[in-house]
Design a protein around this ligand. Structure first.
Ligand SMILES: [Zn+2]
Length: 414
């Protein structure tokens, strides 16, 4: 009886409430007065952003605030799509970090685990990480059956068919294949990863040493082995990709040729893969990374602080314009993992994944993986992160009411 009354009441309320709510366009959240940079929609201007039911409903100048449940003044700040980091580590080795606590403070709402699990332990990873994370987490599955928890030199455990079958079984979660940390010589590990990518029609992301004893070289790798859409990570390293001619410091002709044929290059900053001499000279010759990513793990977050805002700030220092760093932290990574435009834009109807950034002016020092320091005049900082319409990080309490404001009831949050 009690249940019946409650249901009837709910139905009545729904019937009474629906037309009025639709007319009033009630927003759950309204970010007002921020400078929106949404490259996918060619917006680079002061705009308000309205959110309802976890989705972006409107991006426009001066949206009436009257009916919004929560209004956050973000004047003087940049409002961009939630950052998309295609190289992070959440599973499979000692340095793995749980996604939410590192991603959200950085303004990252979508992360890709780069090779944590393989086809043998994907379900364990799914249980321990994917089911618990609030961040959107995709996966480059390792070409080794046991992933980073196994032996990444183990060619015998690189089974392209089994890897591809796992991708085809979880097409919403797995976006491609990772082959990395291979200590042996020859091309077998690369070939098997690319075969898994071919069988599953997904991109392969490589980290692959090219030092003389390996019998591998960058030219063969980027011109003959990798397919258009495949990704080379650790771009400004000099161990995995030889971007520059070491005598002339010119970008190698084969790097231009590789980019022309559609091979992609990912920053993959990490603890060892951002070197000023490489990055500076490549940028001076207009050879930027296609995607800015962190290679975040316990070591890199402490040593090089390679989160997204820090990695982005270094690209600003090297002359990449703000709009371009946003593009290469949202649109291009989403495209690289074939999730654009579902991810990487503030387009109306998309999931409300948003980062609010502050661009500080001053003198700031940034260091590379060799421990060399360089001064810059701008530093980007994430101050507010929205994931699927929910505020999940608020550095400066900008979304909070004053404790003694009228209407504050003094009760603590649960
Ligand atoms: Zn990595």
């Amino acid at each position: 009886m009690h249940g019946t009354i409650r249901i009837s009441l709910a139905v009545l309320l729904a019937l009474a409430g629906t037309p009025a709510a639709a007319q009033e366009s009630v927003y759950d959240l309204l970010l007002t007065g921020g400078h929106v940079i949404d490259p996918a929609n060619d917006i680079d201007a002061v705009r308000d952003v309205a959110v309802r039911d976890g989705k972006i409903v409107q991006v426009a100048a001066a949206i009436p605030t009257g009916s919004a449940k929560r209004i956050v003044d973000v004047k003087g700040l940049y409002v961009v799509p939630g950052l998309v980091d295609i190289h992070a580590h959440h599973y499979g080795y000692a340095g793995s970090l749980f996604p939410d606590e590192t991603a959200f403070p950085a303004g990252t709402t979508t992360v890709v685990d780069a090779g944590g699990p393989g086809w043998r332990n994907f379900e364990d990873y799914q249980e321990k990480i994917l089911r618990r994370a609030r961040a959107r987490v995709f996966t480059f599955i390792n070409s080794v059956g046991l992933g980073m928890g196994g032996e990444e030199d183990d060619i015998e455990d690189m089974n392209p068919r089994a890897t591809a079958d796992k991708i085809l079984a979880f097409p919403d979660l797995i976006v491609g294949v990772k082959n990395a940390h291979f200590g042996g010589s020859g091309w077998t590990s690369v070939d098997r990863a690319i075969e898994a990518g071919r069988l599953s029609n997904t991109p392969v992301i490589l980290d692959n040493t090219i030092l003389s004893w390996t019998g591998r070289d960058t030219r063969t790798k980027v011109l003959e082995k990798m397919r258009p859409g495949d990704i080379h990570t650790h771009f400004y390293n000099d161990r995995h990709v030889e971007i520059l001619d070491r005598r002339t410091n010119r970008v190698q002709p084969y790097m231009h040729a590789a980019r022309k044929r559609g091979v992609l290059f990912d920053l993959g900053h990490g603890g060892g893969s951002f070197l000023w001499p490489v990055a500076d000279r490549a940028m001076a010759q207009d050879f930027p990374p296609d995607t800015i990513s962190t290679d975040l793990h316990a070591g890199s977050i402490l040593s090089t602080e390679s989160d997204m805002p820090n990695s982005i700030s270094k690209m600003l220092l090297l002359g990449m314009p703000l709009r371009d760093v946003v593009y290469r932290s949202t649109v291009t990574p989403a495209r690289t993992i074939k999730r654009f435009p579902q991810v990487g834009t503030l387009g109306e109807g998309r999931d409300a994944d948003i980062a609010v950034l502050r661009l500080d002016e001053g003198v700031f020092s940034f260091h590379d993986a060799w421990g060399k320091k360089r001064l810059g005049t701008q530093r980007l900082l994430n101050v507010l992160t929205v994931r699927a319409g929910e505020i999940v990080y608020d550095r400066d309490a900008i979304a909070f009411p004053d404790w003694d404001a009228p209407g504050s009831n003094g009760r603590t949050r649960e």
